[in-house]
Design a protein around this ligand. Structure first.
Ligand SMILES: [Fe+2]
Length: 382
């Protein structure tokens, strides 16, 4: 197999934009077992030269890790977390800007550009009542990469689900492999996520299999299916108030930020809003129309990028395509937003991820270490 994969069909402007952006970056060299390869930009295009060792930035990785990177199974962050990539020259700040260009060259993934975003006359901030017809909801989700549907579940249904969450939370302990923890502003461990919840709660399992959830999770693809026993099943997020250390407040990310894009995108996550959400309790932010694309490291500094903040009531549902850029910022008040995420995956997931396995196995018990790597990427539904 050739070291450099054939370049897929691209629109010329995709690569030209990245080449301009990387013109002063000085090249990136990969040491791949006994091979060496350098990518460089001349300001108009990006070239790969096998056998050349001229990058100002350089990394070392195995042929398997290289294949995972090229095959969209691992990202730079995912490889670093799994000790699959070592920096030889430069640091992560020099490496990360190359990722959109490489994803474009290796897999034809377009780099995101707000100038190319086309909302087709739709309102990115729109919410829809639960009786909106499927075609309208599917069009909004296809264009924006996310949806907000109001009044899907009753107050009584959400109260019953919250009692189950109370029960699971009371049994959770740091290191139990069924929960995520952070350090709160008083220095104490605080629960921020329960995972594999539907394997332990029949009430939550019923919610996971509810026809209203299935309808919203399969708007774009009727073959997508839930995975209760892998990929952390259906987790419940609990927003911890105050300043926390760890991954309670997820910075901007795509859910394939550590890897797995080739296997589980475009998976669709249905977020059941158990408590509702606001700036005070913690809410969800998205870049509308960013799904299926790669956002540049540091894109937040670009004032032209649109951002939508979604506030919800208990019983509302949010839906997001997993690689839409999204974030879960720090609650400005009492926190405690609870959301149950039921993700619907393509069939390929079951060929690659076994029972009890998840991309987040690398993350669950080291959220503070992982948080230090986060800026443009991070794991898990927000
Ligand atoms: Fe997420």
């Amino acid at each position: 197999m050739s070291l450099v994969p054939p370049v897929p069909e691209l629109k010329p402007e995709w690569l030209a934009g990245e080449a301009r952006h990387l013109a002063g970056a000085g090249g990136l060299t990969f040491y791949i077992d006994d091979d060496v390869l350098t990518y460089s930009s001349d300001g108009t295009t990006i070239e790969a030269r096998v056998g050349e060792d001229s990058g100002e930035t350089a990394v070392r990785l195995s042929a398997q890790a290289w294949n995972d990177l090229v095959g969209q199974m691992r990202t730079f962050v995912g490889l670093l977390l799994g000790d699959g990539l070592q920096m030889v020259r430069g640091g992560f700040e020099q490496l990360a800007p190359w990722e959109p260009a490489l994803r474009c060259l290796h897999a034809g993934i377009p780099p995101y550009d707000p100038g190319r975003a086309d909302f087709e006359g739709r309102d990115p901030s729109a919410s829809f009542p639960a009786d909106t017809d499927d075609a309208e909801l599917a069009d909004q989700l296809r264009v924006m990469g996310f949806l907000h549907i109001t009044g899907v579940f009753t107050a009584a249904e959400m109260a019953a689900a919250n009692l189950e969450v109370d029960s699971l939370a009371s049994m959770a302990r740091p290191g139990d492999d069924r929960s995520w923890w952070v350090t709160d502003d008083a220095g104490a461990p605080a629960l921020c996520r329960l995972v594999y919840t539907t394997l332990r709660s029949p009430v939550l399992a019923e919610l996971e299999n509810d026809p209203r959830v299935r309808r919203l999770g399969t708007l774009l693809d009727p073959t997508l299916a839930v995975a209760p026993d892998r990929m952390e099943g259906s987790p419940v997020l609990i927003k911890v108030p105050g300043r926390t250390s760890g991954l309670s407040n997820l910075p901007w990310h795509q859910d394939c930020g550590t890897g797995g894009h080739a296997v589980f995108c475009p998976a669709v996550s249905v977020g059941i809003q158990l408590t509702g959400s606001s700036a005070e309790t913690g809410n969800l932010q998205v870049v509308p129309g960013s799904h299926g694309q790669a956002l540049r490291y540091g894109w937040q500094e670009n004032a032209d990028v649109p951002v939508v903040t979604i506030d919800t009531e208990p019983g509302d549902v949010t839906v997001h395509v997993q690689d839409v850029m999204h974030a879960s910022p720090r609650p400005m008040g009492e926190g405690r937003r609870r959301t149950m995420y039921v993700t619907h995956y393509p069939a390929a997931l079951w060929d690659h991820i076994g029972p009890g396995e998840a991309l987040n196995d690398l993350v669950r018990n080291r959220t503070e270490e992982v948080a230090s790597l986060q800026r443009a990427t991070s794991p898990g539904p927000a």
